[in-house]
Design a protein around this ligand. Structure first.
Ligand code: BGC
Length: 348
């Protein structure tokens, strides 16, 4: 089902698509491919919207910290927005202090996507297309991007990303859902429990740019190999937490890059019994503990969002990979197809 959600300042109509399968209800905007609402039942069958967002298009345009959005062309940061490819230097849009974040000021989260619904066997879903022109936000090459959102019969939400280019470029696509399994207006996620199969992480310096080191998580707040609460170590006086006002770090997944999505993380909320299990083809996940939610935004349900009211698990290649030859490569060349997939499975 498709309905008018609102209009941009130039009159462009923004539509909201609603899908339902296997007990999961998803609402997606043509603006930014944004997941505006994701409802799942709890152990008593009570539904809640577990993804932070806004009730109107104006708030998404004016002040969204990427709520539910598709992120591109480059998820997370590039040092000073600069990199060199095949000997040629590029400067992409700088929008986060002196660095580039999530594709620049007008990234994929701010583009209007062409959306087509589909039904395939027991799956339902949406195909989302965006052609990013050569030079958009400073990135080389025309990037043809296709993202598929699928809801399976089991209620899993799967995302498949595909992109091709006509010039050598860099690509790192992700989605920026802010999860709160107790419901988007229910307060802190510090009692949620998290497990992540990552023995190392990428420490950062000023401006949250990785130092290049792959450091062990053992003995740090970044160790989620054994299930622990999200809030448990957040107030530990670890230097890395001070850089980010909490956790805002790329965890290096033990499985590395895989052809098929493999299980990497489980999040659960003891109060509602809802669980989220994440599988991905990607080598990293940015675990962001909602540090910069500061009580200045009113969410979908009419409550104010404060620090720690949600967390993000952004499956991705590592931040600043174009400047880090030791990190798995984010280079895409003409003739190649970029592919990435992430599956979110829900339980109760
Ligand atoms: C980044 C944060 C940023 C947030 C949204 C995350 O992916 O790592 O530093 O504040 O996105 O604004």
């Amino acid at each position: 089902m498709k309905e008018l959600f609102g209009k941009l300042a130039d009159g462009t109509k923004i539509y909201r698509w609603s899908l339902e399968n296997g007990g999961t209800r998803l609402k997606v905007l043509s603006y930014g491919g944004i997941v505006q609402s994701l409802e799942i039942p709890d152990s008593r069958g009570q539904y809640a919207n577990v993804s932070l967002g806004f009730a109107n298009i104006e708030d998404y345009v004016a002040s969204s910290p990427y709520f539910g959005a598709l992120i591109g062309r480059y998820g997370n940061r590039i040092d000073q927005g600069r990199f060199t490819l095949d000997g040629k230097a590029y400067q992409v849009d700088v929008n986060d202090g002196e660095n580039s974040l999530h594709g620049g000021a007008e990234g994929f989260d701010k583009r209007v996507w062409d959306i087509e619904p589909f039904t395939e066997g027991s799956d339902v879903g949406l195909y989302l297309h965006h052609t990013s022109v050569d030079g958009e936000m400073g990135y080389p090459g025309t990037l043809q991007t296709k993202v598929t959102y699928t809801l399976t019969q089991q209620g899993d939400w799967r995302i498949d990303y595909e992109a091709t280019t006509d010039k050598t470029t860099v690509v790192n696509l992700t989605n920026h859902v802010y999860w709160n399994l107790a419901g988007e207006s229910s307060g802190s996620i510090h009692d949620h429990e998290l497990t992540v199969a990552a023995s190392r992480y990428t420490p950062v310096g000023k401006g949250l740019i990785p130092t290049g080191e792959l450091a062990p998580v053992a003995g740090t707040p970044f160790d989620f190999r054994v299930t622990k609460t999200v809030g448990g170590d957040l107030r530990g006086a670890h230097q890395q937490l001070l850089h980010a006002q909490g956790i805002d770090h790329n965890l290096v997944l033990d499985k590395g890059v895989t052809a098929e999505p493999e299980h990497i993380a489980t999040l659960s909320d003891p109060s509602s019994g809802r669980t989220l299990s994440v599988s991905t083809t990607e080598p990293g996940v940015q675990f962001y503990s909602g540090n910069f939610l500061d009580g200045t935004l009113v969410g979908t349900g009419g409550t104010v969002y404060r620090q720690g009211d949600a967390l993000c698990l952004e499956t991705q290649h590592f931040p600043d990979s174009p400047n880090q030859p030791e990190f798995p490569s984010t280079t895409l060349r003409p003739g190649q197809t970029y592919r990435s997939a992430t599956v979110h499975s829900f339980g109760r």
